[in-house]
Design a protein around this ligand. Sequence first.
Ligand code: IPE
Ligand code: IPE
Ligand code: MG
Length: 266
Amino acid sequence: MPERNNTPAAMLPKHIAIIMDGNGRWAKQRGQVRMAGHRAGIESVRRVVQRAAEKGIEVLTLFAFGQENWRRPKQEISYLHSLLFSALQRELAKLMENNIRLRFIGDLAALQPKLQQQLQMAVEKTHHNTGMWLVIAFNYSGQWDITEATRKVAVEVQAGHLSAQSITQAHIANQLSTADLPLPDLFIRTSGEYRLSNFLLWQLAYAELYFTPIYWPDFTEADLEKALAAFAQRERRFGAINDIAREAGTLQKEDIIIEAINYLES
Ligand code: IPE
Ligand code: IPE
Ligand code: MG
């Protein structure tokens, strides 16, 4: 296929985070109900997971249900939850085949016990896989994630293991739901909306942002490749001035990036 392999492996992101948006409008455009858009969106998930894994991406995080999405009609909420349930049931074998490790981030305790059990079962099943991490953000909120992390640090302080004065960024970062994963370096949002909608607020501090007008159910492997090509063109500076440092002969651009990533992840 022509869209394959046009981005050298060294220039690929480690962690791609996607807000899969536009399912409702995709359906409306076709005179269908919103649920049809959500169902069609599952196909895009399948395509993107497969291609990202093939390309050796380390982590793919997908925003599937936000805490603000409880504001939607009850029927749509239960459809989205049951879609997760059925998609997992159907796709688990494929995840195993592709050596993918699954995990969920978000307030899972608020979900139906049956769904919670199923998510846990799927996570356990893929536990020994060694390939790409597929992280599904479900009942997730970035502010919730930071609040939970803060609460955990506060417990440490309360227990006398840590003083309030010695709290660092790393203490908070280490308690986030994604603590052991590399930070997202590429953020994609479909459907032409230009906002974060309470997704990974802390973690996206230095991600490259990529927006496309395409509705999620129309997002293909070729669109993922386009986003990857755009990422490879970006100059990541992390607050430094790459050219000056390079001209002075003291640092290579790659050194600056490695230093910056180490700093952000420390
Ligand atoms: C994204 O599509 C899916 C979820 C939020 C679960 P939307 O349902 O937000 O679709 P639009 O934005 O209304 O088109
Ligand atoms: C964000 O999309 C949440 C998910 C994709 C799961 P929304 O469509 O809910 O976001 P807003 O409401 O347009 O900001
Ligand atoms: Mg939307």
